[in-house]
Design a protein around this ligand. Structure first.
Ligand SMILES: [Zn+2]
Length: 451
């Protein structure tokens, strides 16, 4: 058993219970008790973590990412989404198992040290002969120690058919469906406490056929896995959908049965009020990626409207090619500041911002029964944030200090009761080795792509 005590606790449980000074008791991979004051002295703990000066929160959940992009950061720094994609597709065509291994480990390490215990990934670039890329990133998540929900992504609408990606990067519909089913067979764990679950994720309306969307939804529902895609990210996408399909992006998905409690959509920047209500009515989740949306100048998602409508709104760092920092706690602050910049100081509270990163993220991934809150019976995924240095001095409210105060790496991170970060340092891998591996693979792909 592990006991954490002496810390403030924001449980994000059903009652939003908070303790100014409390304890958490962990047995195996589950939390068995959370309460005020010190833990009962009769508990025979193998380990006691001194939480004084810290705030404990649920481990953060990252709802959207493209880990391979950690190998292509800092490119097209001033372009729109479509300009950025058209310039980067030919670079991404050169990824292989070594690129993805180094990029995924580096990206997952950045998530861990920024408080993330569960991440998804949306991998949709499968160059011919590029290797077993999904297996490589799942190995990376096991090595770093994070819970992982990778999406088998895909593109099947190349430029010659009116899509945005080059024909050389798109796959055949039947091959995609076979690979999707194989990914579920090999990796998906439906059991409680799962470390790996698969979702299916055709990439975006402008890079996939309607048939792939329809067939992927049928396959996902037959196999009991979730669905994910990008939607309503930019005005250019809206114009593409109106011009190509005659409807706005959300209507396009709605018409083919792609809204529901088993679906979460990245971005949703350009939704009107009626569309936000439709998201809530269908229980469709959103992965809000404020830094990426700002980096690409896409706009600000209507998060307060989506929350009012009852839609789950999780947070995502998005790929590192459009969010070079790729740290999840930054997105908590960014969600608050962009919501308020757009709609005033009461648009999103510090506690709501924390809820997006925890409970709402767990809802997006279908894990709210056991993730996203600190309560007895939940998985022991815990972030411990140190708030007693000069940067936070005198801020009485620990949640306000975490969300509004200066950025810091998480002090300690536990995933399923296992220590991943301690003393603000990754314990599962050597950060210097990860950095040199990533730098080597960045140089290698740059050379292959002729950059
Ligand atoms: Zn994305």
């Amino acid at each position: 058993m592990i006991v954490i005590e002496g810390c403030a606790i924001a449980t994000v449980d059903a009652q939003r219970t908070e303790h100014a000074d409390g304890h958490i008791v962990i047995d195996g991979d589950r939390i068995v008790a959370v309460g005020a004051g010190p833990a009962p002295s009769e508990i025979d703990a193998s380990r006691r973590i001194d939480g004084r000066g810290c705030l404990a929160t649920p481990g953060l959940v990252n709802c959207h990412h493209h880990l391979y992009q950690s190998a292509t950061r800092g490119l097209v720094t001033d372009g729109t989404l479509f300009e950025w994609l058209v310039a980067l597709y030919p670079v991404w065509a050169h990824i292989d198992e070594r690129t993805v291994a180094a990029a995924a480990r580096g990206g997952l390490a950045a998530l861990a040290t920024s408080g993330c215990t569960t991440s998804t990934d949306h991998h949709y670039v499968f160059p011919r002969g590029g290797g077993d890329l999904l297996a490589v990133e799942i190995d990376a998540a096991r090595a770093i120690g994070l819970r992982f929900h990778p999406c088998r992504g895909a593109m099947d609408l190349g430029q010659s058919q009116g899509g945005l990606p080059p024909d050389s990067l798109v796959e055949d519909l039947d091959a995609i469906l076979a690979a999707s089913e194989e990914a579920i067979d090999r990796f998906h764990d439906p059991a409680p406490g799962a470390r790996v679950r698969i979702a299916l994720a055709p990439t975006s309306p402008f890079s996939v056929t309607r048939e792939l969307l329809v067939e992927s939804a049928a396959l996902a529902r037959r196999r009991g896995v979730r669905l994910h895609t990008h939607l309503a990210e930019t005005i250019e996408e809206e114009e593409f959908c109106l011009g190509t399909f005659g409807v706005r992006p959300l209507q396009y998905l709605d018409d083919i049965g792609w809204l529901g409690e088993d679906v979460w959509l990245a971005h949703c920047v350009h939704l009107d009020d009626g569309e936000a209500r439709r998201m809530g009515a269908t229980g469709t989740g959103v992965a809000h990626c404020p830094t990426s949306n700002g980096r690409l100048g896409a706009g600000i998602a209507p998060v307060p409207r989506l929350l009012e409508a009852g839609a789950p709104v999780g947070l995502g760092v998005d790929g590192a090619a459009s969010n070079e920092a790729q740290e999840l706690i930054h997105e908590v602050r960014a969600a608050l500041t962009v919501a308020r910049a757009a709609r005033g100081p009461r648009a999103l509270s510090a506690r709501q911002a924390l809820e997006l990163a925890t409970l709402h993220g767990a809802r997006c991934l279908g894990r709210e029964d056991e993730l996203g809150h600190l309560s007895a019976g939940a998985l022991a995924d815990v972030a411990l944030w140190r708030l007693d240095d000069l940067g936070f001095a005198g801020i009485a409210d620990p949640v306000a200090a975490l969300v509004l105060g200066p950025p810091r790496p998480v002090d300690a991170l536990l995933v399923g009761g296992e220590i991943v970060v301690e003393g603000s340092e990754l314990r599962t891998a050597d950060a210097e080795t990860l950095a040199s591996d990533l730098a080597r693979e960045c140089a290698a792909i740059a050379e292959r792509a002729g950059l």
